[in-house]
Every structure is written in C-alpha cells, then in structure tokens.
Design a protein around this ligand. Structure first.
Ligand code: IMP
Ligand code: MG
Length: 178
C-alpha cells in the first residue's frame, strides 16, 4: 500500500468485478444502439478505459474538461468548461461517464449544458458517489459504489495531480492535506 494511503476502500478486484456488472447492464440498455461515451477529464479516464473494454455494444468516446479542485478538497460550486467536445451530440445517445459525484455541482451543470444540445438521450454512470455530500440532485442511472464522506484517491482520482495511478480506491491520509 502507498504510504500516503490511510486505508484501501475498494480493491482492484472489487473495481473490476463491479465494472463488468455495470457494463453488462449498460450493454443491455443500449442494445442495437451506438452510444457516445463522454468522459470528464481527467479523473474518469481510468474508469472509461476499463468500462469501454467491458461493454459489448459498439460505441464512440469523447472528452470534456471542467475546472477542477486545484489544491483544495472541497467543491467550489463554480464550473468552467476548459475543453469542449470534438463533435456535436445532437441526436446521439450520450452516456456521461464520471469518476465521482460529491456535491453534484459539476454534474448538474454539465447535464443541463448537454441537454441544451438536444441529444437523443442522456444517461449518467459514475464509478463513485458520496450521497451524504449531495447539494444538487442529479439523476444518476448507474452508480458503481456509494462511499462515505472521505477524500479518496487512486484509479484516476487525484490529490494535486498525484495518486491517479494507484490501482485501488484509497482514503488519503488526513495529514496530507490538513
Ligand atoms: P462535485 O461537483 O462536488 O460533485 O465534485 C465532482 C468532482 O470533484 C469530481 O469529478 C472530482 O474531480 C472531484 N472530487 C470530489 N470528491 C473527490 C475525492 O474524494 N477525491 C478526488 N476527487 C474528488
Ligand atoms: Mg472529475
């Protein structure tokens, strides 16, 4: 285990098993269609990479980037688009792929922005959710794991751009940011 990690919350094996379950459900939902998987950089890329290889429906991928936490561990509620999609989504079946929903501010904003572009459908999958922290109620179709109100890292998630490479979801030691 990494020395900055207080505890492992979700092991690599647990992640892979759950992602296969999610992919099976998502594949059934999109049977006969060709969805566009839209990932929000950067935290979602590891999840996206595993999810896409577990899906059995053909699909495309695209990316967006929003303003992130920077050095802080709390959402400001202010969302800025740093990179927009390469292609229009009008008429597409869009699946928004998120790493974690905390306050819901980021996702709530993105969802409205995407709906205004008239996709054929818009669904949301998130690997992690912290339900106790929700400020904005966003309808999420698939949730990998509900987790307690702790700052987590690994499997794409960072603190100051570090720890994204850890193969598990871990809780960051408090003295790393306190
Ligand atoms: P929200 O707008 O409060 O829902 O925050 C969503 C974004 O905050 C996520 O996409 C992450 O980038 C980041 N975030 C929230 N909680 C954590 C965490 O525990 N670890 C790492 N990043 C987090
Ligand atoms: Mg994110």
């Amino acid at each position: 285990m990494h020395p900055d990690v207080a505890e492992v919350l979700i092991t690599s094996d647990e992640l892979q098993a759950r992602i296969q379950q999610l992919a099976d459900e998502i594949s059934v939902h999109y049977a006969g269609k060709e969805p566009l998987l839209l990932a929000v950089l950067k935290g979602s890329v590891v999840f996206l990479a595993d999810l896409m290889r577990a899906l059995s429906v053909p699909h495309a991928i695209d990316f967006m980037a929003t303003s992130s936490y920077g050095a802080a561990t709390e959402s400001s509620g202010v969302v800025r688009i740093l990179k927009d999609l390469d292609e229009p989504i009008e008429g597409r079946d869009v699946l928004l792929v998120e790493d974690i929903i905390d306050s819901g501010n980021t996702l709530g904003y993105l969802r409205n922005l995407l709906l205004a572009r008239n996709p054929a459908s818009l669904h949301i999958v998130t690997l992690l959710s912290k339900p106790s922290r929700r400020e904005v109620d966003v309808p999420v179709d698939w949730v990998g794991f509900e987790i307690p109100d702790k700052f987590v890292i690994g499997y794409g998630l960072d603190y100051n751009e570090r720890y994204r490479d850890l193969p598990y979801i871990g809780v960051l030691k408090q003295d790393m940011y306190a």
